[in-house]
Design a protein around this ligand. Structure first.
Ligand code: ZN
Length: 92
């Protein structure tokens, strides 16, 4: 039977960094599995083999926060590691 295994909610895994889909586990061979994006095969998928959610997670670290052209924009983390962007007040 060829199909997909959905990853239980109890397992911590990152969503696809391209489209935000929760990954699935797909059979890639007789005994091999890939962790992949269900939406698009061109999005990241792990090498066939063991179910490697760790590898998926490492590859799907979200893109860095958007870069602002405005060099005056200041980014900082709060205590929960959330980004905050703000424009310092101009004194001009
Ligand atoms: Zn995707």
């Amino acid at each position: 039977m060829r199909g997909y295994i959905t990853i239980p909610e109890s397992i911590q895994c990152k969503v696809c960094k391209y489209c935000g889909s929760r990954p699935i586990i797909a059979l890639a061979g007789r005994d091999e599995y890939v962790v992949k994006c269900p939406a698009d095969d061109s999005h990241y998928q792990t090498q066939p083999g063991m179910i490697d959610i760790e590898d998926w997670n490492l590859e799907n670290i979200p893109f860095p926060e958007p870069e602002f052209d405005d060099a005056n924009m200041v980014a900082c983390y709060d205590s929960k590691l959330n980004y905050t962007f703000f424009l310092p007040a101009f004194s001009a």
